[in-house]
Design a protein around this ligand. Structure first.
Ligand SMILES: [Zn+2]
Ligand SMILES: [Zn+2]
Length: 140
């Protein structure tokens, strides 16, 4: 997203953009955006600074960190950028935005708060019921 600084009126500027996920390299193979990323920016200009308030709508698909089931997370992000400017005519906030998106990736996504995960022995998904090893144990 490019901002032309001399086109920002004193009252501020609103811009919106839509990013196709395919054109976005976020360096994470395990996360896929399932919808285009919608970006809405409110831009104001100060002395030597440009402030950008961003609302970003994303929907991503990734795997639960415990049971590995696919989950879809749609989480709107609010990002505030304060960019120092000197004599630039145009600033490109694409890299800033990409960084913020990466920072906001969930570290340990869970399909639900009490996900039981996989059995350490047989690898079965314990959310779907007891696995074979537990049943064997119960019979003894
Ligand atoms: Zn899970
Ligand atoms: Zn098991």
């Amino acid at each position: 997203m490019k901002i032309y600084i001399n086109q920002i009126p004193d009252t501020g500027l609103e811009l919106s953009e839509r990013w196709e996920p395919s054109g976005l390299d976020l360096g994470r193979e395990d996360i896929k955006f399932t919808q285009p990323i919608e970006i809405f920016a409110q831009i104001t200009k100060g002395i030597g600074i440009v402030s950008v308030n961003l609302k970003v709508k994303t929907e991503m698909s990734l795997n639960c960190s415990r049971c590995l089931e696919e989950i879809v997370i749609s989480k709107p992000l609010e990002i505030k950028l304060n960019l120092p400017v000197k004599n630039e005519e145009v600033i490109d906030i694409t890299d800033n935005l990409r960084e913020e998106l990466i920072l906001n990736f969930p570290l340990k996504p869970l399909c639900r708060a009490d996900c039981r995960g996989l059995c350490m022995r047989c690898g079965e998904n314990l959310n779907k019921g007891k696995c074979r090893c537990q049943k064997v144990k119960a019979k003894k």
